[in-house]
Design a binder for this molecule. Sequence first.
Ligand code: F6P
Length: 322
Amino acid sequence: MKIGVLTSGGDAPGMNAAIRAVVRTALRRGWSVAGVRNGFAGLIGGSFVSLGARDVGGIVERGGTFLGSARCPEFREEEGRVRALRHLRQDGIAGLVVIGGNGSQTGSHALCQMGFPVVGVASTIDNDLCGSDVTIGVDTALNIAIEAIDRLKVTASSHERAFLVEVMGRDCGYLALMAALAGGAEAVVLPEIDVEPDVIAADLRASYERGKAHAIVVVAEGARYDGEALVRYFREHKGRLGFEPRLTVLGHVQRGGRPGASDRLLATRLGAAAVEQLARGGHGVLVGTIDNRIQATPLGEVVAGKKTIDRDLLDLARTLAQ
Ligand code: F6P
């Protein structure tokens, strides 16, 4: 049997470890593996490369994805998917592992509905994918964010300044909330919970009045008031804050890290589990971990679901910001 493997959407630290696990678990079963270049774009273009055990050597510690990744609007169209199916069949590929996040697993689901066996592997720094408590890449991205926050706190304390730190996450506030908790931020702004800039200003002023030498606000990029909007608001309403904040947008820096141990282990377990799923004929599912156990969730459920923010953790972040 021959299977394909691809990485799609925004890259995430640990994707390489997942590819390696897919390839070596499949080889162990006597299967062969085709790597697909640049996500679904490579499926549409028939860009395949044969992967042996040595081809995936020395990549477990590397960030990004050596197969390349892409966002592929053509795959949302039926015409693109039909071309992809033609290439898969011409190449004798009987099953596909898709390593990626929400948009990618929507593509997996569409391909499954056309009768092709696909297993998804939960991978995105946003952690917005149902079917896995945590996704590949989140932990490394979070560590990068808190390292930045630690550094900003040092300079913020020296100057008695407030810093807004904008983190990624698209429409999901998971990274922001966890970074605020782990980084000891004074305030956090999430897409899921609307907060007015005046409330943040009041929190910051109160923290200075309590004798703090710095103030850190973690802002999710998807919040109604993102980092830039907040800075603009505070500039236009100078009196409300009492001082001028500085903004640091972490952006893609969060995605480019070397995967930490948690992401390597998660990716390794999920990559191997995806192959086992295909071997059992269990396609049309996403493999992820729930309560630290590997679980397979139907792709239909995954793409229809929406993760919610943990309100208790938000309350805890607020309590600890005193
Ligand atoms: O989905 C991962 C992610 O990094 C999001 O956090 C972010 O909004 C988006 O990708 C950025 O996309 P791009 O790399 O295409 O600019």
